[in-house]
Design a protein around this ligand. Structure first.
Ligand code: WTA
Length: 647
């Protein structure tokens, strides 16, 4: 395939927001914490605003109430699209790599993307969708997903993208929580050798009483058969194709909602993290340009799914705001074989490659021959995101993929932070295996002990908090502001608490240790143990369950479930399958436990709280020192659990 035209600029050009050396980083960082408002106002001024802000920042972490660029008006899509038309209208914006390796690439130049977004935005309007309405997306990684999301932003509708691996039940919960007016989906999802019915899942979800839904817009992807409900269900091509390409960008206040994205916490149901327009725009572009050191003409590829925050910020918004060429990949890393990522890197001459440790570990386990067949000399920066990267995977990534020539930027951040918080800046920053490194300009991390005292100096370990707002911090959790306060701002006064533990080493570099709450990270997917337990408890035989994470070679963490049943289990294998089916139905296959142990009781304190510490230790295969169990309500179950452990 001929390489698409991305050369609107010389590669040597420096981007507007870019830092060019580590010394410059140190200077910029210093300024960003001494005068955050001045610093961010300067970054923000390079964007197109319909009305300039009156005040840079209004904030307190008590309520919390954080407002950036107060009184300013803009539209993020004018900054993603219109702003680039004159200088790089014919440059490729989205470079689509289909699931089928033999199918041709599809490209959208900035001009074409602008037109497609305009048509789609007009189609949404024609279907009665307007500013403030919530629109749910349940789609595979096809260009129409990015186009649809941008079309919402164009008219001020709020997108809520749900990862297409979630179950009908999970989808219905999210649609209801946000009272969405429309769902946009595909007919099927071509994923590896599979053709997964997507519209069918939407039908099942809507049968669960999603009364707010008026329209279902169906994109024809693989062309398989679907059922269409007259009046409600409409074809994308019929609604979009005839529309005018021009759609005026809705003026949005900086603090108007841009999107909702559901994520798991340590308690209850997933919550809808809310991001707003102005600050999110400034921070995703700023962090994209600096971390990846993208140069005009480069081809950038992030392998995440747009159903997660990484896809929102670093497939769609950050790159497009920066006028980059962003690759969208429909497939999976192991289809047709474990060399797919590297084959695509060679074919598209990818410069920046951003993926998750779980993918690296899985591909590493398949053997180097899948890598060695391909020419990876175009690569200049490698990124890692979503979970701690172990040293072995880091070394392999560095040596076999980067040929020791590419910096690895290990980027720590969260759905709630909107953008990368700690991580290297391309080749400028010092790097150390498994260390995320230094905070980005404007980010003020700190480490606290359990009593909330800030730990000073280096060579220390504590709870990772952030003490000052940055432009893309979450504003609320949809429909429940108190939950936002409780979850992130109540543990320590005047601090945002991340839920992670971290170390600051002797050089001041951060190493993320992992979650200190009941959130587990399975293959980079965030899950609440309570959420998985609630799903398991739906099985009629289950009396009580406790779920913990344990170290897993490929997935980072695996899911270990301890289950108390009503009466003896006759056929353990059949029961196990039923539990997996229940979890798949309630949440989706990503939440299926790897190990299930039927127990007669769970270790509990005298106040009835499950002692998860013991369960975690047993699950990790370490039963040597379980600590003092004599104060338990039922110390006798510990031996039973230990003796029957599945390790
Ligand atoms: C974990 C993903 C170590 C962390 C962008 C965080 C990481 C959670 C890293 C957020 C990293 C993310 N090193 N751990 N580079 N990046 N995490 O919301 O525990 O899906 O709190 O956002 O992933 O997951 P989320």
């Amino acid at each position: 395939m001929a390489r698409p035209n991305t050369k609107a600029y010389q590669k040597t050009d420096r981007m507007t927001l870019q830092i060019n050396s580590f010394d410059e980083y140190k200077e910029v960082y210093k300024r960003s914490v001494e005068d955050p408002e001045g610093f961010w106002a300067e970054q923000a001024s390079s964007f197109t605003w319909k009305k300039k802000w009156d005040k840079v920042l209004d904030w307190n972490f008590k309520e919390p109430n954080v407002k950036w660029f107060v009184g300013g008006q803009m539209n993020i899509t004018e900054n993603c699209l219109d702003r680039h038309l004159e200088e790089r209208g014919d440059q490729v914006a989205i470079l689509f790599e289909p699931n089928d390796p033999d199918a041709p690439n599809k490209t959208y130049t900035y001009k074409e993307l602008h037109a497609e977004v305009g048509k789609t935005a007009n189609a949404l309007k024609a279907n009665g969708i307007g500013k403030g309405d919530r629109v749910c997306f349940y789609m595979p990684m096809v260009p129409e997903l990015a186009i649809g999301v941008l079309a919402c932003a164009r008219i001020g509708a709020i997108h809520s993208v749900v990862f297409a691996g979630f179950s009908a039940q999970a989808l219905a919960d999210r649609i209801k929580d946000a009272t969405c007016k429309a769902v946009i989906c595909s007919d099927y999802n071509a994923r590896g050798a599979k053709n997964i019915p997507v519209k069918k899942v939407v039908d099942d979800a809507l049968a669960m009483g999603c009364d707010s839904i008026e329209t279902v817009l169906v994109h024809q992807n693989t062309g398989g058969e679907v059922q269409m409900e007259t009046g409600r269900d409409k074809w994308w091509h019929e609604e979009v194709d005839g529309q005018p390409t021009d759609c005026p960008a809705e003026p949005m206040d900086s603090e108007d909602m841009l999107f909702i994205l559901y994520t798991s916490g340590s308690t209850g149901k997933p919550k809808g993290v809310v991001h707003t327009c102005g600050g999110y725009m400034v921070y995703t572009a700023y962090s994209f340009q600096n971390v990846f050191q993208y140069k005009p003409g480069d081809i950038y590829w992030c392998t995440a799914d747009i159903g997660w925050i990484t896809g929102h910020s670093y497939i769609v918004y950050g790159p497009l705001l920066s006028g980059a060429t962003t690759v969208m990949f429909e497939g999976v890393p192991t289809y047709p074989d474990a060399g797919r990522f590297w084959q695509v890197c060679e074919k598209l001459k990818v410069n920046q490659f951003y993926t998750a440790p779980t993918a690296i570990r899985a591909l590493m386990a398949q053997g180097d021959e899948y890598v060695e067949q391909y020419d990876l000399s175009s690569l200049s920066v490698l990124g890692s995101v979503g979970e701690p990267i172990n040293e072995e995977a880091w070394e392999w990534y560095h040596e076999k993929i980067g040929k020791k020539n590419c910096p690895i930027v290990d980027t720590w951040w969260q759905t709630e932070t909107g953008g990368i918080m700690i991580g290297g800046l391309g080749s400028h920053s010092p790097m150390k295996p498994a260390h995320a490194g230094y905070p980005l300009p404007g980010i003020q991390p700190c480490l606290l002990d359990a009593d909330g005292n800030e730990l000073e100096g280096n060579g220390i370990e504590g709870l990772l908090c952030i003490k000052y707002p940055w432009p893309s911090i979450l504003r609320t959790t949809y429909g429940d502001h108190e939950r936002c306060r409780q979850t992130y701002f109540s543990a320590f006064p005047d601090k945002y608490f991340t839920g992670d533990g971290a170390r600051r080493d002797k050089d001041g570099m951060y190493r993320i240790i992992g979650r200190v709450d009941d959130v587990i990270n399975v293959s980079g997917h965030r899950m609440g143990t309570a959420e998985v337990e609630n799903a398991i408890n739906e099985h009629p035989m289950v009396v009580e369950s406790a779920v913990v994470g344990y170290p897993h070679d490929i997935k980072g963490q695996g899911i270990y479930a301890y289950i108390i049943t009503a009466g003896p289990v006759e056929d353990e294998e059949a029961f196990r399958k039923e539990v997996l089916a229940v979890v798949t139905k309630e949440i989706g296959p990503i939440a299926k436990p790897d190990k299930i142990q039927v127990v007669s009781g769970l270790p509990k304190t005298r106040s009835g709280k499950i002692m998860r510490r013991i369960l975690r230790k047993v699950a990790s295969g370490d039963t040597s020192n379980l600590g003092d169990t004599s104060t338990l309500l039922n110390p006798e179950v510990v031996d039973e659990i230990k003796n029957n452990a599945l390790v």
